[in-house]
Design a protein around this ligand. Sequence first.
Ligand code: TYD
Length: 229
Amino acid sequence: MAEDATRRAPGRGRFITFEGGEGAGKSTQIKKLAEHLEAARLRVVLTREPGGSPGAEIIRHLVLSGVGKLLGPDAETLLFAAARDDHVRAVILPALTQGAWVLCDRFYDSTWAYQVKLGHVAPAVLNAMQRVTIGDLKPDLTIILDLPVEVGLKRAASRRGSEAPDRFESEDLKFHQELREAYREIAASEPERCVLIDADADVNTVAARVWGAVGGRFFVNPANVAAPA
Ligand code: TYD
């Protein structure tokens, strides 16, 4: 169970999540942001969902194997929630309490987009799970990388090479288009937390856009924060 007390405690770190569809470039961009913040001498913890802690990584293996299709949407959502519960307690809250900047590749918006909007799990089910797993914990900033579905799927396929697509990559084009819409809706509904970034550009251009969002929000003079070599 998440502890609410850490949320605005003095010296607490920052919590930034990255979201987007398949092949949006989250893992590349999150690493670039980590380098940028580390160059500014900030302590960074880079993590991901599902997974991010030893217990949650075991569950990751299970959900990406496609077992959720056998269990049904509610049970699959429970697996994501169980993984999140361990990850929040074992990694995210301790790091934030110690003043680290936690950068997380996917968090609860993924559950909202994939399981609620596309998997038709009732919002009340997710809300009940959230109360248990994350309590009051909310990202300070969520970067949503947005790009045309065809571009993302092409990128995901070339990254994967000869490996088989995972549970969600193998869904059809309509699924991925609805996923993109779901993320755009999230960005529009919570503009104070979320920034939608056009990710249909080269890596450095997108990284500059991400830095624009992060620097503008958290640093008085972002231009003076060292850029990675
Ligand atoms: P991953 O290989 O990490 O994909 P990506 O590079 O796209 O982040 O696989 C994670 C998959 O799990 C991804 O397809 C999204 C899905 N997912 C959910 O369906 N619900 C969730 O709550 C989370 C965190 C992820």
